[in-house]
Design a protein around this ligand. Structure first.
Ligand code: PMP
Length: 438
């Protein structure tokens, strides 16, 4: 059986060689942002040094080359999630993608519609008495835009609760989803709990409750770095992810949409590059994806994101997807078992370890240290060269649900080794005695 040893790829990531506070870096903050392999850094630099131009309208050679690379990158990144190029809209990140959808529906609520698609969009537009259903575990990026849309339209936001073990309460979901549900927006993987949510089941519940009229929106930010994604097969209407979490650059992300959905959504950002004809009286818009790509696009970032996807694919081809997934599972077990064994540590969404083997998770886990504030834990780990995230991780409602305001989060990337997790657990084991609470 092939195995994956992340040591084989670590040399590809220049940053992993740095020292922090005199210690070799142990980077366990990939859920916040991943490190980039040389292939990605080189691709962006090469583009900037040899091709850099604005795309689509130039009459000169470099503009044509840049356009070719930009559209080629779209095809590559679309392929990464099982989609067609025209189903992939570039955004500046997941936050921008979710705002795009929410503001598009807000525009539709204000009477704006794409000619010929008025009926299609109407079924997703919330109004007074209607519901937007989310989960209690959402990142603020997949919550605040919906709260704003609800406030503007008179709709209500309702949240599917999370069980003690971090899984969604699907019985409650079944009851919350009704014919009044216009949108169901949820994350594939929680950025705090690491739990993989049952996408197809939730989509089926929404379909059952509404006859298929609710818009299903998936936040794939934390699944894209850990799991192979086939978004069309998952059955969601739209999905978003960020480049900087999948070994790519900042300032680029993508919105996937089913063709009929993208065709029916009115634009959010308006301006150049998204129109066919403009007069002083009005404008006509290009079809998707260009309809949603107003203004100068992040071209070098798109090219580099495609390089990140190519890098991922090359690693998967070399070691096998099963080997990568087995390594992910091993890290997840090591991380969570190690945390459970330390006294005075409480994992968020663990339910005293009763879920072992039954809940699918990725190697990402938030926890609290009894008697020590998360920020102090983070500082002490940093002194040992260990980088983790502290705070609410943009998930305040979820922290409130688990009776806390802040936690520490350790998260792995493709380059994370068992040794990284060992160093982290060892450093963590001294935290409580250092602060005099053990
Ligand atoms: N959703 C989830 C689940 C996330 O983890 C993040 C990033 N922390 C976001 C959305 C927002 O991504 P970005 O900041 O790249 O737009």
């Amino acid at each position: 059986k092939p195995v994956f040893d992340p040591a084989a790829v670590r040399d590809d990531f220049p940053l992993l060689g740095v020292e922090v506070n005199g210690e070799p870096l142990v980077y366990l903050d990939s859920a916040a942002t991943s490190q980039r392999p040389r292939a990605v850094l080189d691709a962006e630099r090469r583009f900037l040094e040899t091709v850099n131009s604005a795309v689509h309208r130039g009459a000169h050679t470099l503009a044509a080359e840049a356009t070719e690379l930009f559209e080629g990158a779209r095809a590559t990144v679309a392929g990464f999630v099982g989609a067609e190029p025209e189903q992939l809209v570039w955004t500046s990140g997941a936050t921008a993608g979710l705002n795009l959808v929410a503001y598009s529906l807000g525009n539709a609520a204000a009477g704006r519609a794409v000619p010929g698609h008025e009926d299609a969009v109407r079924q997703w537009v919330p109004g007074p008495g209607d519901d937007i259903v989310v989960t209690e575990a959402e990142h603020h990026a997949n919550l605040v835009p919906w709260l704003e849309l609800a406030a503007r339209t008179g709709a209500a936001v309702r949240a599917i609760p999370v069980h003690d073990d971090g899984t969604l309460d699907l019985d409650a979901a079944g009851a919350l989803l009704t014919p009044r549900t216009r949108v169901l927006a949820f994350s594939h993987v929680s950025n705090v709990l690491g739990v993989v949510n049952p996408v197809e089941q939730l989509v089926a519940l929404a379909r059952e409750a509404t006859g298929g009229t609710a818009l299903t929106v998936l936040d794939a930010c934390q699944s894209a770095p850990h799991l192979p994604l086939d978004l069309p097969a998952l059955g969601v209407d739209v999905a978003v992810f960020s480049g900087h979490k999948v070994l790519g650059p900042n300032g680029i992300g993508a919105l996937y949409g089913r063709a009929e959905v993208l065709e029916a959504l009115p634009p959010f950002l308006l301006g150049g590059s998204m129109i066919t004809t403009v007069t002083l009286e009005g404008a006509e818009y290009l079809p998707p994806p260009q309809r949603f790509e107003a203004g100068t696009q992040p071209v070098s970032q798109a090219v580099a994101l495609a390089a990140a996807v190519d890098y991922q694919r090359a690693v998967a081809d070399r070691f096998g997807t099963d080997a990568l997934l087995a390594h992910e599972r091993a890290l997840e077990r090591q991380l969570r078992h190690g945390l459970r064994e330390l006294p005075g540590i409480r994992l968020l969404g663990d339910a005293a370890g009763t879920d072992d083997g039954t809940v699918e998770r990725v190697a990402l886990q938030a926890f609290e240290v009894d008697g020590v504030h998360a920020h102090d834990v983070g500082q002490l780990l940093d002194a040992r060269g260990v980088a983790v995230r502290v705070g609410h991780h943009c998930a305040q409602p979820l922290h409130r649900r688990f009776g806390t305001t802040a936690s520490v989060r350790a998260s792995a990337g493709i380059y994370t080794t068992a040794h990284d997790v060992d160093v982290f657990l060892d450093a963590l084991s001294g935290v409580r005695s250092y602060f005099g609470v053990a």
